[in-house]
Design a protein around this ligand. Structure first.
Ligand code: AMP
Length: 498
């Protein structure tokens, strides 16, 4: 029960309004030390409720303090996470009079500057844009008393460590610091040793473990078969809301087009899409306007999209840990979900790396078609193609369709070995490098469109907000400038105090 934490009644009412009946394990573990003002290093599975785990104690503390000065800073890796965190601050802080503002790149400086200068009590920021504001003297952290480093491992991956160290060195030393991370690489631990005072360590769930409620499967498919296999899976499985990951932006674009041509409502999100396109795609997906969102890894971590029933790895991720982050987009907050990966013959190494990270094999859900049979079947059939999913090839009626049939274990092992032969132990490759096809290092482009500070207490129902992946430093075509009609209704709103 949240009442055990002695939160202010306003916060308890907001928690109730959100439908949170009891604290999640990470909340139970981290809220007491957070409320005591202790430094904290927390490891938690993705989607475990860590945002509320730090927001509620921050708000409890700030409610008792004078307003009009920035007292809490939340650093996060991407615009999506900044917006999402700010949105959650809006919901959990309703009626408290606290203000929060999200500060991130790719949008105009002015509204952010205004909100920072009027001393929004909570600042949720990506490191690059925050440094820009700090350089312009827009933000005053003299009274800062709480710092949160959210998704610290992701910020490390994205090359933000030098920026974070610069920010940390200009914050007051007398503060509470809390660090949340899905994994704890040594760089993060040394950061915590350097910048934190005797932190309480909290770890909930084994890091690198996807939620148990995700049903995982792998399908063997040649590259050229992937789209038709995906279409068949969509047609035959009960898929409501599908997040599909591709390895590159180009493949994401192409697949989204193919799905749309097949009559499916599909949108696409990646680092080269304009702000408005990304907003529209994510918002449309969240609201059900699109049934399918095709994304690169930019959307893999931190995004909280309710009701994703299926995550499909059209391409396996380049880094095994990203597999866990990707599939963590389904089965949020205890719901169940399904994760399906399409793997080609060349993906054997990547698949083994993922399975090594997971500590188990992914069940194979379709069988390799015997070469001779395939040849006999058709002159045009490709001899090395794979069988359709069992549920499809059996041509069952909709009534007969149950959960996807799995290949029996022994047969599956033989088939796996035929498709992805295990290398001799001596030649087993090292886990692959951590380079990603789509770097997501934040850049600081010229202002394009205004962002708004988020009123913590909204005077009207909060529109669902699309996330914006942090733009890359490379060149891309300038997005069209948005007209007023493109912008959500709140986009011209300045900071609001309720
Ligand atoms: P997060 O890990 O912060 O991204 O949270 C994942 C999801 O869990 C979000 O949709 C939260 O709204 C939801 N959530 C957070 N705390 C609770 C709770 N105590 N009970 C149920 N859902 C929660």
């Amino acid at each position: 029960m949240f009442t055990q934490f002695k939160f202010d009644q306003i916060l308890l009412d907001n928690v109730k309004r959100q439908g949170y009946e009891k604290p999640t394990p990470i909340q139970t573990a981290s809220m007491p030390p957070a409320l005591e003002g202790r430094d904290l290093v927390a490891t938690a599975e993705t989607g475990s409720g860590k945002t509320a785990a730090f927001l509620l104690p921050i708000m409890q503390k700030l409610m008792a303090e004078p307003r009009g000065r920035t007292r809490a800073l939340i650093l996060c890796p991407t615009r999506e996470i900044a917006l999402q965190t700010n949105e959650e601050a809006g919901k959990l802080g309703r009626g408290t009079g606290l203000r929060s503002v999200s500060v991130y790149g790719g949008v105009g400086f002015e509204p952010q500057t205004k909100a920072l200068r009027t001393g929004a009590e909570i600042v949720v920021a990506t490191p690059g844009r925050l440094l820009d504001h700090m350089g312009r003297g827009n933000v005053n952290f003299r009274d800062l008393s709480v710092l949160i480093l959210d998704e610290a491992d992701r910020m490390l991956d994205m090359g933000f460590m030098p920026d974070i160290k610069r920010i940390l060195s200009s914050l007051p030393q007398n503060r509470q610091t809390m660090l949340f991370s899905a994994t704890m690489p040594s760089e993060i631990l040394s950061l915590s040793n350097r910048f934190m005072k005797n932190p309480t360590r909290v770890s909930v769930g084994r890091p690198s473990t996807p939620p148990k409620t995700i049903d995982q499967a792998v399908y063997a498919a040649e590259q050229h078969e992937k789209t038709s296999l995906l279409l068949e899976l969509i047609r035959t499985e009960d898929m409501d809301s599908i997040l599909v990951f591709t390895r590159t932006k180009h493949r994401a674009d192409r697949l989204a087009k193919q799905l749309s041509h097949a009559g499916l409502r599909a949108a696409c999100i990646h680092g080269d899409r304009s702000q408005n396109q990304r907003e529209e795609a994510l918002d449309g997906f969240k609201r059900g306007r699109y049934r399918i969102l095709v994304a690169t890894d930019i959307a893999a971590r931190g995004l909280d999209i309710q009701g994703v029933t299926h995550v499909i790895n059209y391409d396996l991720p380049a880094v095994p840990e990203d597999y866990i982050h990707r599939i963590g987009r389904t089965a949020r907050a205890g719901a169940s979900g399904k994760a399906i990966s399409l793997a080609t013959r060349e993906d054997g190494e990547a698949l083994r790396d993922i399975e090594m990270t997971l500590g188990c094999d992914l069940p194979l859900s379709n069988a390799a078609r015997p070469r001779t049979a395939a040849r006999a079947e058709s002159r045009t059939a490709r001899p090395e193609s794979y069988a359709r999913p069992a549920a499809v090839s059996a041509q069952r009626t909709p009534q007969q369709r149950g959960p996807q049939q799995r290949v029996p274990q022994q047969r599956a092992q033989q088939q796996r070995a035929a498709i992805w032969p295990d290398p001799k132990p001596a030649s087993r490759p090292e886990p692959r490098s951590t380079s990603r096809p789509e770097p997501v290092r934040a850049s600081r482009p010229e202002p394009r469109r205004a962002s708004r500070p988020e009123p913590v207490r909204a005077s009207r129902p909060q529109p669902r907000r699309a996330s914006r992946p942090e733009p890359r430093r490379d060149s891309r075509p300038a997005p069209r400038s948005p007209s007023r009609d493109d912008l959500p209704e709140y986009s011209n709103v300045g900071i609001q105090i309720h």
